[in-house]
Unconditional design. Sequence first.
Lengths: 231, 231
Amino acid sequence: MAFENYVEVLSRSELFRDFDRDEVASMLKCLEPKIKEYGKGNYLAVAGEEFQGIGIVLEGEAAAYKENIAGTRVIMVLLKPGDVFGEIVAFSSQSQWPVTVEAQQPCKALFISREKIVGECRHLCPWHRKLIENMLMMVSERALTLSRKVEYLSIKSIRGKISTYLLEQYKKTGKTTFMLPMNRNELADFLNVSRPSLSREMCSMRDEGIIDFHRASVRIKDLQALKRMAQ
Amino acid sequence: MAFENYVEVLSRSELFRDFDRDEVASMLKCLEPKIKEYGKGNYLAVAGEEFQGIGIVLEGEAAAYKENIAGTRVIMVLLKPGDVFGEIVAFSSQSQWPVTVEAQQPCKALFISREKIVGECRHLCPWHRKLIENMLMMVSERALTLSRKVEYLSIKSIRGKISTYLLEQYKKTGKTTFMLPMNRNELADFLNVSRPSLSREMCSMRDEGIIDFHRASVRIKDLQALKRMAQ
DNA sequence: GCGTGTCGGTATCTGGTGTTACAAAAAAGT
DNA sequence: ACTTTTTTGTAACACCAGATACCGACACGC
């Protein structure tokens, strides 16, 4: 199969971080990936079905979503060329896909079997070690993101969530005045609260003189009070 | 140092899964771990400080906890001999401990540097590959657990949480009558709700004829209704 | 038997949060 | 400059869930 066309995309993928295009090309011979094509609405993976390997989107766009028992879909992540999916389940004891991945547009994806990544390579490729390092990095990074999400979700009050979030921004920028990277709707979504409730609470914090804001620009006026509100 | 004394404990650790005692003993020579001793109340790791390596508890007991900005401690996990900590941060881009680990009792722990696990081994040990496989498994398993936790936390209503939980138990056992693996307090904790609220909701679901229960024994009476309640 | 402790169910009360709907402001398109 | 769309603030209301306190059932030790 013509892997050559996709070396460019793959070399920009997290899985092949720190590999140049030539290296990726050589590795593909070793990893023996399978390329599959999907029409819009087709499934790249179906939750509950047998897991066959780590996927990388080459062309088009796909959406990974969970379907709860009532049948409601919750989109977990939008996958674009270079994005990897199934990296977590690949090395766990679970052998079924935890999510369904559906092509949003006509789509091509490449699958690498679990064994080919960890398993011993008969060509004794020197880059195998780095590939596994990348794999470990990706899964660890993913776990850290999830753990951060759990922290936010565990906070009961909206005030606590807002305060924690603003303090994190403060720590990140080092300044008491900064721009929020998302609008109210997205922030409400991220904090798992309703948009009007978020607005209401932010405004009452402003009325109390703890913060000040206009649109995406926020200024922390009373850092101590904010710290007290964080749970 | 006298690693020999701890080969037994280590061989039961997840990191050395599928290794027998002799293999573990040989590997230790290669991994060059450092053993440290701690008195009760001492810190095995401090959140925010430089991460130095993956830890394994050898003796005693330690607690890993997060400290939020207000200073409140939230215990994440209790670590006993054989338990591993720091495995997630080890291979992410983060270089500081995300949690504080404190000795609950006089404690011994072993630390293995990140490089020694992934890095190339000059003795070319054949088991290095399996060690990395175990590492990947542990991190992946951890990520899956977190993702399951996120799912539960994302459900807004108590009813939704209970229904989802019971349906998971039903799927696991395949029977409509089963035993809950925890008491009300623990279940409330797991679902991140208060114990009386959990009781109240379970009882009203019983009154509506959806489920029936006595202590830890639960019977699903109306599966369809339960599925409808799951969000 | 009796006290003691644990666990689970129940009642009351209150406060925080979602829902809905609408208005004002800003941004974007024409 | 005008309309249209998006974004954000505001208000009223209902209601779910937490806090607290108390009671009954049961297990255990003496």
